[in-house]
Design a binder for this molecule. Structure first.
Ligand SMILES: Cc1cc2nc3c(=O)[nH]c(=O)nc-3n(C[C@H](O)[C@H](O)[C@H](O)COP(=O)(O)OP(=O)(O)OC[C@H]3O[C@@H](n4cnc5c(N)ncnc54)[C@H](O)[C@@H]3O)c2cc1C
Length: 260
């Protein structure tokens, strides 16, 4: 079974800061880590390989320093890493990101399962996984919390919902986005760390993945970030107290003032 796991390198902070001039993330001086949700995708990929055999390929689109995320993924059980990196990808929105990743995955040709995290902790849209499956024209199951059965051509999974879970059967190849309830990620093993140290990361450019230049980066991104700002903190509410009739009358007057 050939498994691909998509990982994103993100700032190791919950205090994501935006450059007001460019509306992009300020990354300088912030340590980068694998998107926490993607560590569950890596773990599930490693478990699938232990269960069914095969190979796990980690892939990321990002700047050159994202290579360290791929090395870490190898220390956690992936067999190889592919860094999709080119200045032409700069400014990609989720459409262009998923287009680029899909083009790279198409180059891999032989795959059964693509695993993604539920969402990235910085961009937070949860659009890239479904976007990749749409570009590749393969089925997707989001919020997977358990892979119940998997064979060469089909899988049965549990998909988390607010009320409980759905049981979904799907043909393969298929893309799954996973939630943190799916497993407990392992720590890197000594053997894994040694393997990661000597691993050679493949580097693919826009030309290598035969992508349409018009679909890449800022020019290929239909989304425009017009303004990003922190909303003002809400003022505290007003509490009315007294007899119900009096409070109702007072409330009506207050609402009239607001509406009229
Ligand atoms: C107009 C515009 C310009 C932007 N410019 C930039 C920019 O210059 N630099 C920048 O860093 N961001 C930029 N962004 C943000 C960028 O589009 C998103 O960070 C990116 O598309 C991923 O979306 P997300 O973070 O919401 O990921 P989600 O959709 O929440 O991620 C879901 C899952 O998809 C996979 N995934 C997501 N991104 C990647 C990736 N890059 N490689 C591999 N797997 C991935 C992971 O498995 C992840 O768990 C821009 C966004 C817009 C709208």
């Amino acid at each position: 079974m050939n498994i691909i796991v998509c990982i994103k390198q993100v700032p190791n902070t919950t205090d994501v800061r935006i450059d007001p001039a460019t509306n992009t993330l300020i990354r300088d001086g912030v340590e980068s880590v694998i998107n926490p949700f993607d560590t569950y995708a890596i773990e599930e990929a490693a478990r699938l390989k232990e269960r069914c055999g095969g190979k796990v390929t980690a892939i990321t689109m990002g700047p050159p320093q994202a290579e360290s995320a791929l090395k870490e993924a190898i220390s956690l059980g992936c067999d190889e890493g592919i860094l999709v990196s080119d200045r032409k990808f700069a400014g990609s929105d989720t459409w262009a990101t998923s287009y680029t990743l899909a083009a790279a995955i198409r180059k891999i040709t032989d795959f059964d399962v693509i695993l993604c995290g539920k969402q990235a902790s910085d961009g937070d849209t949860a659009q890239v996984g479904p976007g990749i499956s749409a570009h590749l024209n393969i089925p997707q199951v989001t919020y997977v919390k358990r892979i119940v059965e998997i064979s060469a051509g089909a899988a049965k999974v549990e998909r988390m919902t607010e009320e409980g879970y759905d049981i979904v059967e799907t043909p393969l190849p298929c893309l799954f986005t996973v939630v943190k309830e799916i497993n407990t990620p392992r720590m890197p093993s000594f053997k894994g760390m040694m393997r990661a140290k000597s691993a050679k990361i493949l580097k693919w450019t826009a030309d290598d993945i035969e992508a349409d230049p018009a679909a890449l980066g800022l020019d290929g991104s239909p989304t425009r970030v017009v303004k990003i700002f922190t909303p003002e903190a809400r003022k505290g509410g007003e509490t009315l107290s007294g007899a119900t009739d009096d409070v109702s009358k007072e409330l009506v007057e207050l609402l009239k003032d607001l509406v009229i």
